[in-house]
Design a protein. Structure first.
Lengths: 338, 291
């Protein structure tokens, strides 16, 4: 097992490299030290940016052509024989076209296969619904054994990929197309699978986000602080499963209002995962989700789509203001309970 | 080296015993895919009692040959073989299909020692087998990978994705068997969805193709040895078989794809197996005339 810190990859400019490019470079560094690592794709070596890996380790890349079922089946067989496959394709194909292979061949057998799903959400804007994927978080988190991570940006992608190597079993890492803004300034903020990152403190309301919505939530928090004088706690819940129940319940307890923002259908994704935690706790709070309202996505530039679905800064500001007005039944015993 | 007459007699006797074991498990399980288990028994017997390099006392031995039962519903057959090989006590099979048993109709590799891949959903095994063969090559290991598919399973498009990849990567350590019993759940394969010309399809996908009688040990042995010697391409051995082989009242009967049997019927089945009965010969089914 390898530890890659502070060396070559730290000099990568995460502001100009896409998430997928950073994934490719981090994988190169990891593969230097771990001979088990191989990379697989289905005619998307270019799109998923594993080209840099291919240049360095041509014998360790398997491009199986446009055949995603076979892609994941082969990865399962390789993992069975002791290799550590990283499989890259678009999230729509990883989560739907080849779902049964991911579920039955990889998760059911609890194999060490790491899935790098690119073009998540509506990040491939103009390509339209066939190439969007607003269902994958719901699908992947319902697979037993699967760990689901939605990094906020390139830095977090690097952290997630390195953490995935250390974690036994299947991991699904959902990336965007690669033109998303970067939130973090470096990788050194204490990333840990299953642990939310508090990127803004506040006690009036909590915005829970993953993926590109983290950046937008942080922007919204600044705007709300400056314009409305509202303290918005922002949690980057990069790991959808296993989810950080402690951070969510702490937010419920300390802010009583929760808005979940994600580039996903409002059904089944991070919002539902958070709602599960809250419902099981028995605590009351004002709760809302921002995402695609159970519809198929429109075509357009991602920024326009983020705006349309209220998962950009302005959209989140609006949702927060709405939620702050919402009445909810307070728990009389609340103060005694925390 | 070709199987000697003595080895063949020994394998035939072993297969009769295994078929009886499968009948027992079918009784205990309350029902099983007995027809397709009996049709593939001779190939399984040849593999597990002559050709596969495995260590039942060490199921995870890294250098073992791999076997993927892509037609996972044949689990009742493989479970009986693995018990007989000593991977676990045959008595455990009395719990087959029962609540919380490690043994269900489709075997779970995390629960059943000796099962190299969990299968059941058709069209998955060959891709995994390709991955295993590539894994062997990548790690410079000499073990071979064998994969047994059903013929109806070849309707699945993913089988052909895997076939294309195996040819592309020239994984000549991979050998596939097709249990060509000409039947699927709803009827004869050629009536439901034509597979023929099946050999030509595999040839067109770049495979070395051998067509044999899947109940004839001399032919099974020669085909496996031919596959082991093949260079530059994977081999598929299309084994013409009879569904329900060995049990006269099951042979070539669609209804015995899945069935339950009581102890009385089991006794008849075993008597038929021990008598070496079964009028049907591969390629010349007794009933109905397979297409």
């Amino acid at each position: 097992m390898t530890e890659v810190t502070g060396t070559t990859w730290n000099v990568y400019d995460a502001n100009t490299l896409t998430q997928a490019e950073i994934y490719g470079r981090v994988l190169c560094d990891l593969a230097e030290a771990d001979p088990r690592i191989v990379a697989l794709t289905a005619d998307l070596a270019r799109s998923t940016k594993i080209g840099v890996f291919q240049d360095k380790f041509p014998q360790r890349v398997f491009n199986v052509g446009i055949a995603e079922q076979n892609l994941f089946g082969i990865a399962a067989g390789m993992a069975k024989s002791g290799l550590l496959p990283f499989v890259s394709t678009m999230s729509a194909f990883a989560s739907m076209r080849a779902l049964e292979q991911v579920r039955t061949d990889i998760c059911y057998q609890n194999l060490d296969v790491k899935i790098i799903a690119t073009h998540g959400g509506v990040s491939f804007g103009q390509a339209g619904t066939t190439h969007h994927c607003t269902e994958d978080i719901a699908i992947q988190r319902s697979l037993a054994n699967m760990c689901v991570i939605v990094p906020a940006d390139g830095w977090e992608t690097a952290n997630a990929v390195r953490a995935a190597v250390k974690r036994p079993g299947p991991v699904y890492i959902r990336l965007g197309r690669g033109f998303e803004p970067t939130h973090y300034e470096n990788d050194d903020y204490g990333f840990e699978i299953g642990k939310a990152v508090t990127i803004n403190e506040g006690t009036d309301i909590t915005v829970i986000a993953c993926g590109v919505a983290v950046y937008h939530a942080a922007e919204a928090a600044k705007l709300l602080r400056d314009q409305d004088g509202i303290g918005v706690r922002v949690l980057d819940v990069h790991t959808i499963k296993p989810i950080d129940e402690e951070a969510i319940l702490k937010a419920v307890s300390e802010t009583r209002r929760i808005l979940v923002v994600e580039e996903h259908n409002v059904i089944g994704g991070l919002g539902s995962a958070v709602a599960d935690v809250i419902a099981a706790s028995g605590k009351g709070c004002a709760f809302a989700k921002a995402g695609l309202p159970d519809c198929y996505s429109e075509v357009g530039y991602p920024e326009d789509l983020y705006s349309h679905y209220c998962i950009d800064g302005d959209g989140i500001v609006g949702k927060v203001r709405e939620l702050l007005k919402r009445e909810f039944e307070a728990d009389e015993d609340w103060e005694d309970e925390h | 080296m070709p199987l000697s007459p003595e080895e063949i007699r020994s394998l035939q006797a072993k297969a009769r015993q295994l078929r009886c074991d499968m009948v027992d498990v079918t009784v205990w399980a309350g029902g099983a895919h007995i027809g397709g288990a009996l049709s593939m028994t001779d190939v399984l017997t040849a593999l597990y009692y002559h050709y596969l390099s495995v260590k039942p006392a060490e199921p995870g031995w890294p250098e073992r040959d791999r076997f993927v039962l892509s037609k996972g519903h044949g689990g009742v057959g493989l479970a009986a073989v693995l018990a007989d090989k000593g991977y676990y006590d045959k008595e455990l099979l009395r719990e087959f299909n029962h609540f919380k048993s490690p043994f269900g109709m489709h075997l779970d590799g995390l629960k059943v020692p000796g099962v190299d891949a969990s299968t059941g959903s058709l069209g998955h095994g060959l891709s995994m087998a390709v991955g295993m063969a590539l894994g062997a090559r990548f790690q410079k290991q000499a073990w071979r990978t064998y994969c047994l598919l059903g013929d109806g399973e070849c309707d699945e498009g993913s089988v052909w994705e895997a076939a294309m990849a195996a040819h592309h990567y020239k994984v000549d350590t991979l050998t596939a068997f097709i249990d060509r019993n000409h039947m699927m759940i709803d009827g004869r394969t050629e009536d439901i969805m034509s597979l023929e010309p099946l050999a030509e399809k595999w040839k067109a996908f770049g495979w070395e193709v051998r067509e044999i009688d899947g109940h004839d040990y001399a032919q099974i042995g020669a085909a496996i040895e031919g596959a082991q010697a093949a260079k530059g391409a994977p081999t598929v051995i299309i084994c013409t078989t009879v569904k329900g082989k060995g049990v006269d009242f099951m042979e070539d009967q669609v209804k015995w794809h899945y069935g339950s049997i009581d102890s009385e019927l089991a006794a008849k089945a075993k008597a038929s197996i021990q008598a070496g009965a079964g009028a049907a010969r591969a390629g010349a089914p007794a009933a109905g005339g397979a297409s």
